[in-house]
Design a protein around this ligand. Structure first.
Ligand SMILES: [Zn+2]
Length: 321
């Protein structure tokens, strides 16, 4: 069975013969050079044959057009070099970006080439952060961003609207290049970050607006809620096909809880980086076996794979697909 058919069956809630799984990682030292990144992403997929490809670009592609730059030259987490919001009036500079913006063009090209490589065999998913996550990153400091939200809401409203204009156009262009879906990610949904009211106003409202504007309900939309003590239960009605979060952290909802609540959605996750790094392959496989849901489940790590990578375990999982 083609992987594209396998994922489509899982989304329909049908049983498939083998487990489904995907993992992704950063290639920091290649992320500033699309040609090198392309080769790395394609080789990673060819090596493990995951059930879908999550194109893991440099996270800063979302914000470079607004003047945020990072140093990617070392093979570790990039360091921020500049950011545009030094004072409140700087938010006025956050206008819609044109698709001709070089960083967006570069990533459209990346999407097109990777999809061209896997054609109709393997679903290819592109990452776009949710609007509030992009705004927080433009600001450069999440806690300062929260102060802006409270003290100067009109500036942030305008910025979020312009982020939605930019990335809804970008999302549509990505889909025109054959991409099968979008990985919508946020790190702003931890309970200790926004109050319930702030979460509804700034997170949910703008997410739903973004989902309405992109209007890609028939595509493979994946909601990734990053972090601990996340408000995933408040996001179960999002019109996405797949939910992904760190179900291994005891402060977050367990896999089975969401599996039972969100009966029209696929759940993704199951193992943590810590487990992968510290436990034997056998112990990891026992953990996976203990989950073994027959339907609506894709095995994955809690989030992006963190080094050191357990290549032996990845190879064993890849052999089970
Ligand atoms: Zn994450």
């Amino acid at each position: 069975m083609k992987k594209i058919d396998k994922i489509s069956r899982i989304i329909k809630g049908e049983e498939v013969n083998t487990i489904a799984s995907t993992f992704w990682r950063h290639f920091y030292n290649f992320e500033n050079d699309v040609k090198l990144l392309l080769d790395a992403l394609i080789s990673f997929q060819k090596k493990y044959k995951w059930d879908f490809v999550k194109i893991n670009t440099r996270a800063s592609y979302h914000i470079e057009g607004w003047g945020c730059f990072y140093d990617y030259f070392k093979n570790s987490k990039p360091k921020r070099l500049t950011y545009p919001i030094k004072k409140v009036s700087d938010w006025k500079k956050i206008n819609p970006l044109k698709l001709s913006e070089p960083v967006l063009q570069e990533h459209l090209k990346l999407a097109e080439i990777i999809k061209g490589e896997f054609k109709d065999e393997v679903p290819v998913i592109f990452t776009i952060f949710l609007p509030i996550e992009i705004a927080a990153r433009i600001c450069g400091n999440r806690f300062l961003f929260k102060q802006y939200l409270n003290d100067y809401p009109e500036y942030i409203e305008r910025a979020l609207e312009n982020i939605i204009v930019t990335f809804s156009q970008f999302a549509k262009e990505i889909i025109k290049r054959g991409i099968d879906g979008i990985f919508l990610a946020t790190k702003c949904a931890e309970q200790n970050y926004l109050s319930e009211e702030e979460f509804r106003k700034w997170h949910i409202n703008y997410d739903k607006k973004f989902l309405d504007v992109i209007d890609l309900k028939d595509k493979i939309l994946i909601l990734h809620v990053c972090g601990k003590e996340i408000r995933l239960n408040e996001m179960l009605d999002y019109e996405v096909k797949i939910l992904h979060w760190d179900s291994t952290d005891s402060s977050n909802p367990a896999l089975e809880e969401i599996y039972n609540k969100a009966i029209s959605k696929v759940i993704m996750g199951g193992i943590s980086n810590k487990q992968m790094q510290e436990l034997s392959v056998k112990a990891n496989l026992i953990n996976i076996e203990n989950i073994m849901l027959k339907k609506r489940w894709i095995l994955s790590a809690e989030c992006v794979l963190e080094p050191p990578f357990n290549e032996e375990l990845l190879t064993v999982i890849s052999g089970m697909l």
